[in-house]
Design a protein around this ligand. Structure first.
Ligand SMILES: O=C(O)CCC(=O)C(=O)O
Ligand SMILES: [Fe+2]
Length: 363
């Protein structure tokens, strides 16, 4: 495998190689390259084709629901930012995203309400996922629930390999996690004649919802759209590879590893889409109570000696919002709440009136 920071292609990691002692060292070396130089990889042979195929099957059916049916699980009804939101209701990098999405999560009760509203406000992000209110067959509901549970397991296995690839003991990152993982099922519409070319499916961003993201590109192999930014400032296509999951690093992991592992900027553009594009993004949950000090101090000693590739980020990456990295908020939960409120301002205004103005003004 070619190992350079100015990558022009996304590395492929074959997970089955971790089970064979003769191939495992090479796998870990490849994984380390991905983590320190690229921030993105394709994961193949992950043994989850049953649940990924089920999601690929149900996505068109889910998005074919009528607007009224979609409204039965509207995001606006959820203080946990879980449910359906239509095109152009989410904002990234100051622009509306042309995509519609259903957001789900690990089944949970309303943690903040259950605690008598005594805990910090960010705890309110965790709550019921609206899967049972979806006006669909139990088969579709089952596919969503099984997908979340299978991806939760995979993400734990993957994380222990990541730790090993970075010369840490396999459980080193476990205490940073929460057991509340999020899943976004997404449909990007085909561009139409009234839209400009290069419409924003989702604007340039670093993932802020999770520790690692596991993305299923759920349309055919010809349906591109996802691109990542390398250090030269070039946008590199992440063309779909059948049977793969795309894995990338979230912002909190960049903080914990002192920039050794970068949360790479990415976007989805619609200009090449002849048809719609479906995807499913699973975000491995981070413990909301994780403090900035804990995040920066726990592994400082380990990562101090590493070369964080002191190269300046590409110009386009410098404009990307990163509140946790800037150190503005004491806990990761609070920084995530701010991000959610700014991304879905209508939901924020309805449920988080007391902090809405402050978060909106804080640029
Ligand atoms: O749909 C995709 O391919 C990427 C989605 C994404 O980057 C996100 O939701 O964070
Ligand atoms: Fe993303």
């Amino acid at each position: 495998m070619e190992r350079t920071p100015d990558f022009s292609a996304i590395p492929v990691i074959d997970l089955s190689r971790c089970y064979d002692p003769s191939t495992r060292p090479e796998l870990l070396a490849d994984l380390r390259h991905m983590l320190t130089d690229v921030g993105f990889l394709y994961l193949i042979n992950h043994r989850l084709s049953d649940v990924t195929n089920a999601i690929i099957d149900i996505l068109p059916q889910l998005f074919a629901l009528s607007p009224e049916q979609k409204c039965e699980v509207a995001l606006i009804n959820s203080p946990h930012f879980l449910g359906y939101s239509g095109e152009a209701t989410e904002t990234t990098a100051g622009q509306p995203d042309m995509r519609e999405q259903f957001e789900f999560a690990t089944a949970s009760s309303d943690v903040w309400e259950d605690g008598g509203r005594k805990g910090p406000l960010f705890q309110r992000l965790q709550g019921p996922n609206q899967v049972r209110s979806l006006p669909v067959s139990s088969k579709i509901r089952g596919a969503i629930t099984s997908y979340i549970s299978s991806l939760s397991d995979l993400s734990i296995t993957f994380l222990s390999l990541v730790a090993e690839a970075l010369n840490l003991s396999p459980d080193s990152f476990d205490h940073f996690l929460s057991n509340f993982n999020r899943l976004k099922l997404i449909r990007y519409p085909p561009p139409n004649s009234t839209r400009d070319t290069k419409t924003q499916g989702v604007g340039p961003h670093k993932d802020s919802s999770g520790w690692f993201t596991f993305l299923l590109q759920a349309s055919g192999p010809d349906v591109k759209g996802l691109q990542v930014l390398n250090n030269n400032g070039d946008w590199i296509d992440v063309a779909p590879i059948e049977g793969s999951l795309v894995v990338n690093i979230g912002q909190a992991f960049e903080v914990v590893t002192h920039g050794v592992c970068k949360a790479t900027v990415h976007r989805v553009i619609l200009d090449r889409l002849r048809e719609g594009r479906y995807s499913a993004a699973f975000f491995q949950g981070i413990r909301g109570s994780l403090t900035r000090t804990e995040a920066t101090e726990t592994l400082r000693h380990h990562f101090e000696g590493w070369d964080a590739k002191g190269k300046p980020a590409a110009i386009a990456a410098q404009d990307v919002e990163s509140p946790f990295l800037r150190g503005k908020y004491e806990t990761w939960g609070e920084s995530q709440l701010r991000t959610k409120i700014r991304s879905h301002q209508d939901v924020g205004r309805r449920w988080y009136q007391e902090v809405w103005d402050g978060y909106m003004e804080d640029v």
